[in-house]
Unconditional design. Structure first.
Ligand SMILES: [Zn+2]
Length: 102
């Protein structure tokens, strides 16, 4: 029901719903460097990437990965990724979130 409502609202705004695969590892992928950790149990709410050292909030990291994957899919399929991005760059092209990797 939520997906139907979201699809309806997006179409009303000339948007497009993008569904990701059920097993897309949004939580286990570092949004900074792309490293995929082997396991992340549900009780772990924050984690440190073993590759780049970035500390992640589990849900915030997952949201960034989902956003980036949606933009990637729309870009590859010739969709309109601009509607998936709340803020636009100076060139009006969607920007991938690179994370704050230091
Ligand atoms: Zn990382």
């Amino acid at each position: 029901m939520f997906v139907n409502f979201l699809d309806y609202k997006l179409k009303a705004k000339d948007g497009q719903l993008v569904k990701l695969g059920r097993f897309f590892p949004s939580s286990k992928t570092c949004s900074c460097c792309g490293h995929l950790v082997d396991e992340l149990t549900l009780n772990v709410r924050e984690w440190d990437c073993p590759k780049c050292g970035k500390r992640h909030d589990r849900d915030g990291n997952a949201a960034l990965n989902i956003r980036n994957e949606g933009i990637r899919i729309l870009s590859n399929d010739g969709g309109n990724p601009v509607v998936a991005v709340p803020r636009r760059s100076k060139t009006n092209k969607p920007r991938m979130w690179k994370g704050i990797c230091q």
